[in-house]
Design a protein around this ligand. Structure first.
Ligand code: DC
Length: 209
């Protein structure tokens, strides 16, 4: 069984993907981490993330980079969003994601284009979202808890910029697949969102867990 989980930044899609993977006993891939690794490697190479050739050269990043805590930084998310615009980068990362999705037994993948490009044949597709204000509130609280001094307005501006770039790019933009469940969790807590996601997948594949 293949489960595709797409959505904008700070929507909770990663948490939901991990919960679905645990519930259904499937491996999970956070595809954003691959784009984060390319963005961060571009910076390590002193390259320009807006330059397609520089970003493509960084697609050769070593696998050990995927464990680097710097990939989780907010600034790395911004670099990832910038390198992800280039079709050459998307092409370079394509096969790795397709192979993960199509492994025997299936998988859960989360990202922006899983249900539309990487696994259009997925058995269940979810598009997880929340209002920009609610996503900002969550991301802001999380950053303050980690000791990062940042204002709500700065986080909101950053989320608007990421949304605009991820949704507005020509190649594989962030969009809800026609056959995906739109799960807006603006007024739900994470437990309710996970329960709704599990119920949807069970109903979609026609078997209780
Ligand atoms: O999910 P994330 O915040 O870790 O993703 C970082 C950036 O990577 C996101 O802003 C856009 C890009 N991305 C993408 O273009 N396609 C994906 N499948 C996953 C992430």
């Amino acid at each position: 069984m293949i489960i595709a989980v797409d959505g904008p930044t700070a929507s909770g899609k990663g948490t939901i993907a991990r919960a679905l993977a645990e519930h259904f006993g499937l491996p999970v891939l956070d595809t954003g981490l691959l784009y984060r690794a390319v963005g961060y490697q571009t910076q390590l190479n002193h390259g320009d993330p807006d330059d397609s050739a520089d970003a493509l050269a960084a697609c050769d990043f070593p696998d050990t980079l995927l464990g680097d805590p710097a990939l989780r930084y907010e600034s790395t998310g911004g670099l990832a969003s910038r390198v992800s615009i280039h079709p050459a980068v998307r092409k370079a990362l394509y096969q790795r994601q397709v192979d993960f999705a199509n492994q025997p037994g299936g998988a859960v993948l989360d990202g922006r284009d899983i249900g539309t490009v990487i696994a259009p044949h997925a058995d269940a597709k979810l598009f997880v979202t929340a209002s920009a204000e609610e996503r900002t509130r969550r991301r802001h609280a999380e950053m303050l808890a980690r000791g990062v001094a940042v204002t709500y307005d700065a986080v909101l501006a950053n989320i608007h910029a990421r949304d605009a770039r991820d949704t507005g790019r020509a190649d594989a933009p962030l969009l809800c697949a026609d056959d995906a469940l739109l799960l807006d969790n603006s007024d739900m807590d994470i437990g309710e969102t996970i329960a709704a996601a599990i119920a949807f997948v069970e109903q979609k594949v026609g078997r209780p867990a």
